[in-house]
Design a protein around this ligand. Structure first.
Ligand code: C2E
Ligand code: MG
Ligand code: MG
Ligand code: MG
Length: 282
């Protein structure tokens, strides 16, 4: 009895493995085709000033909708793009979307900014330098209005990332450390690289309102950012209580569902223009 059972189990696992592989491969193939057809778009999540509630900019987040209408998370397709050597083409489509969707808005609002996310492998290649130089020169967008977000983990290989980031910052881009507090790189990169903004990861915001000990960690992360004289953006703010705590701790900016979800360009511009005293992009 044991032998047929083992055979049946082996067959079952084999079948599951094949299905899983086929699913992964079909997703990879579909993604490749979508990139070729330039179907990667961007949504924009408002960044607000906590003291006043006014919107000061946006974060561009890549979006991919499959043929069946379902959305795939960038947490899935960005690593896929990196493995498939497609990350530069994804970035190029996100940047093109920013220039097309919000270019006029950026040029009309000198104080506003759009953040673009960059992953580790993008910092290793030098092609980004020429590409950005050309794109922002041609579109007439001031580099100071384009912030670049990199995670701590992407800075582990500092020797490779540093020259690119130093040059981008020299041109006026502001550098933000994304998901701050979740990396494994220690803080030594802060001695090797000048950054402008720390984005406190959602996990530190989530625990606000829970027990005092966990909340103290959030307080410490905020204090550290202030000690370093960096601007702080809190990510993933979902409740008024979280916003109040952050405000009281002197955190300047925040993003999160409490204020707005990531929105398509039209929705973002409506959000922006619903704010008092705002210049619309003519
Ligand atoms: P991230 O840069 O840390 O972006 C924040 C994520 O939190 C976004 O997920 C956003 O939709 C989500 N979020 C915002 N507010 C809230 C909230 O109040 N509650 C909760 N639970 N979530 C909130 P998304 O859009 O799925 O992006 C996931 C990650 O994918 C990003 O994390 C970023 O690391 C990466 N990513 C997105 N677009 C790009 C891109 O164009 N290039 C690269 N290299 N990475 C990208
Ligand atoms: Mg980000
Ligand atoms: Mg983040
Ligand atoms: Mg993240």
């Amino acid at each position: 009895l044991l032998v047929p059972l083992a055979v049946a189990l082996a067959l079952l696992f084999g079948l599951l493995a094949i299905l899983w592989l086929r699913y992964g491969l079909s997703m990879a193939g579909e993604f490749r085709a979508a990139v070729r057809r330039r179907e990667i778009s961007a949504h924009y999540q408002p960044v607000v000033e906590l003291a006043t509630g006014r919107c000061v900019g946006a974060e561009a987040l890549a979006r991919w909708r499959r043929a069946d209408g379902s959305q795939v998370s960038p947490d899935v397709f960005i690593p896929l793009a990196e493995r498939a050597g497609l990350i530069a083409r994804v970035r190029e489509q996100v940047v093109a979307a920013v220039v097309r969707d919000l270019g006029r808005w950026l040029r009309a609002n000198a104080e506003a900014h759009v953040s673009i996310n960059l992953s580790a492998s993008e910092l290793r290649s030098e092609s980004i330098l020429q590409e950005f130089e050309e794109t922002f020169r041609v579109s007439g967008i001031d580099c100071r209005q384009i912030w670049l977000e990199v995670t701590e983990t992407s800075l582990i290989d500092m020797a490779e990332a540093r020259p690119t980031l130093v040059e981008l910052r020299r041109r006026g881009h502001r550098l933000a450390i994304d998901d701050f507090g979740t990396g494994y790189s220690g803080l030594s990169y802060l001695q090797q690289l000048r950054v402008d903004i720390l984005k406190i990861d959602r996990c530190f915001v989530e625990v606000i309102g829970s027990d005092a000990a966990t909340r103290d960690v959030t307080g410490l992360v905020i204090a550290l950012a202030h000690q370093l004289e960096l601007d702080v953006v809190a990510e993933g703010v979902e409740s008024e209580a979280q916003a109040a705590y952050l405000r009281q701790r002197g955190v300047a900016y925040a993003q999160g569902w409490l204020f707005a979800q990531p929105l398509p360009a039209d929705g973002f511009l409506v959000f922006w223009s619903s704010q008092p005293g705002r210049i619309a992009a003519s």
